[in-house]
Design a protein around this ligand. Sequence first.
Ligand SMILES: Cc1cc2nc3c(=O)[nH]c(=O)nc-3n(C[C@H](O)[C@H](O)[C@H](O)COP(=O)(O)O)c2cc1C
Length: 349
Amino acid sequence: MDTALTRLVGVRHPIVQTGMGWVAGPRLVSAAANAGALGVLGSATMTVDGLREAVREVKSRTDAPFGVNLRADAADAGDRVRIILDEGVRVASFALAPSRELIAELKEAGVIVVPSVGARRHAEKVAAWGADAVVVQGGEGGGHTGEVATTVLLPQVVDAVDIPVVAAGGFFDGRGLVAALAYGAAGVAMGTRFLLTSDSTVPDAVKARYLAATVRDVTVTRAVDGLPHRMLRTDLVAALENSGRARRLLHAVRRAAGFRRLSGLTWPQLVRDGLAMRHGKDLTWSQVLLAANTPMLLRSAMVDGRTDLGVMASGQVAGVIDDLPSCAELVERIMKEAEAVRERLTAAP
Ligand SMILES: Cc1cc2nc3c(=O)[nH]c(=O)nc-3n(C[C@H](O)[C@H](O)[C@H](O)COP(=O)(O)O)c2cc1C
């Protein structure tokens, strides 16, 4: 299936496996890339050296194009961009809008810049600054998310910008892909669906929690880091929502200390990252620290398998997913379904 996305990036299928912290590592990304999708490494939770190693590992496992997701506002974003340039990574994906200067620098070096946005005005801004394409995430999507549903946000953005738009939030099958194309998108980007594959390194016990979830078990809360964050509703989430300020601050400091050790960041860098994540919102100090240490909470689940202690970021779509195909099986299935849907739509009544 030939779309503006496949032409821009050089992938076989108009499907993106999004950059997810602790989830989108070399194994998942290379499996997605070998399946013909655009795999994207989640680098926000990697050290700078870890990112370089991960990029090299993906390159050793596939010749297909792939991307790196990073936070443009991270204290060490410059070092990460250097790796993208030095290692010849095809696509730079951003969790928050990169600056006009950063977009220009990457584009000059031949890197395709694809920021993720959750609102029309952000899409307009990055398009005006020269982004090559944009991933638009509707409110049903996993992780940090907005309020507007994909079915409303996607046509709004498609009408507002003239660069390729990739639809995210709630996609898992071939029907969704065709629906996104019908809205004018150039493809779909999926997080939760790729987390739930046999190629993802997320521990089995954690995958089982996602598979068991119904659509009503996925919630949006600000209790974890002060920003709207979509995740599985667990006892931890309920406890955070019900705990007082002092307890939350203690919890935040403990977690932040752990993340600092792992990431090699200094306390000032950590606090700067937390402040940057406020997005100009009025957060308390405990929320700033919580924002900075969200990576630790995700890690407990995604790496250590602690469904009791960790945060399991998730799209609503977890409620309709009940299997763990390989990336190759998943992508092939989606493309077959999409073709069948298109044939049905164009067949004489
Ligand atoms: C476990 C998890 C971790 C995520 N981490 C990141 C991240 O580090 N950076 C980012 O830009 N988006 C992140 N996201 C959002 C996804 O990249 C993607 O936009 C979202 O999952 C799409 O919605 P879907 O889950 O309905 O497919 C994360 C999502 C999940 C489920």
